[in-house]
Design a protein around this ligand. Structure first.
Ligand code: SF4
Length: 319
């Protein structure tokens, strides 16, 4: 397995205004998430804001460290990484963020931007770096000599291609795509999604797509993980989850998205209330205050995470 998280937790302490004393409470942004990514696959992670999907992406990128559980890469726990392992991880795991306007420094030439993830310890000469940048630019469909230009000389879609080139420059195995097309014009989105798909096939990349855009997640993902209030509520092969969601939250989320076929009708399920306060998640099933199918036990007994059909996992008392 390329990447494996077991029981991942991320709890942030809430302290006094001065940051003194023991924590008054904990924000449970992520609360026991087990998830894996295999080589060459795309895991889509979907959920509303506050579900924990962005925190999970930050753990994958080592921008945050888990406060519980473990994360391993190529079978080795990242908590035991030495400097050499860390450098290898930072080359192997890259990211593309939502907004190509704010993620590219306007004062830097494209060559500088794209070569940013390369480190002096990679031992590359300037000519080698220039070649590597030109190769990455070509891979994303830009001219090899675009490196001399500045970001403002490109359109939004081209800027996202530059961000993708930056992610490719280290020859990664795995890229976290955080809302990769949400900030782009609708007319450009398909081009960037097609590019990501082509690159995956060509380079054998694994992706994690973090998205609230279910259409984009569905286009790229082979497996889908649905999150709610810091927990996974359902995982399975993407198309199977779309065709027959198991968990009432997944059902509601998908009911708001476009149907599989224009003639197919899916009744929209409008959920009452809000995503719960991560400092005080509800007892029992965290979704119970909003669940249209709630049972009596849902208020007190937390449902177990289990495989209820081959390859289909969920945590819900209905199963
Ligand atoms: Fe709804 Fe109960 Fe299932 Fe939670 S466990 S999703 S409240 S039916």
């Amino acid at each position: 397995m390329l990447l494996q998280g077991v029981g991942l937790q991320k709890h942030f302490p809430v302290t006094s205004a001065l940051g003194l004393g023991a924590p008054r409470a904990w924000i449970k942004a992520l609360d026991g998430v087990s998830v894996h990514v295999a080589e060459g696959e795309t895991l889509g992670i979907v959920g509303e804001s506050g579900s924990g999907k962005t925190t999970l992406a930050k753990l994958f990128l080592l921008l945050e460290r888990p406060t519980g559980g473990s994360l391993s890469f190529d079978g080795k726990d990242v908590a035991t990484f030495d400097r050499h392992d860390l450098a290898r991880y930072r080359r192997a795991v890259q990211a593309v963020f939502q907004d190509p306007y704010s993620s590219l420094n306007p004062r830097m030439r494209v060559e500088q931007i794209v070569s940013e993830p390369l480190r002096p310890e990679d031992g590359m000469t300037r000519a080698m770096v220039r070649d590597r940048v030109a190769e990455a630019l070509q891979l994303v469909g830009l001219r090899r000599d675009s490196g001399a230009l500045y970001p403002h000389e490109f359109s939004g879609g081209q800027r996202q291609r530059i961000a993708i080139a930056r992610a490719l420059v280290t020859y990664p195995k795995f890229i976290v795509l955080d809302e990769p097309v949400s900030a782009l014009d609708v007319s450009i989105r398909a081009q960037i999604l097609n590019l990501l798909k082509r690159l995956q096939e060509q380079l054998g990349l694994a992706y994690v797509v973090i998205s609230h855009d279910l259409a984009a997640a569905r286009y790229l993902a082979t497996r889908l993980a649905v999150m709610y209030a810091g927990k996974l509520v359902e995982t399975g092969a993407c198309e199977e989850v779309y065709r027959g969601p198991l968990h009432p939250y997944t059902e509601a989320l998908l009911s708001a998205a476009l149907p599989l076929h224009p003639s197919a009708r899916r009744e929209r399920i409008v959920l009452p209330g809000e995503v719960p306060n991560p400092m005080k998640p509800p007892a029992g099933c965290r979704f119970h205050p909003r669940c249209p199918k709630k049972l009596a036990e849902c208020e007190t007994v937390e449902p177990e995470w289990r495989e209820v059909k081959p390859g289909r996992f969920t945590a819900c008392h209905l199963w």
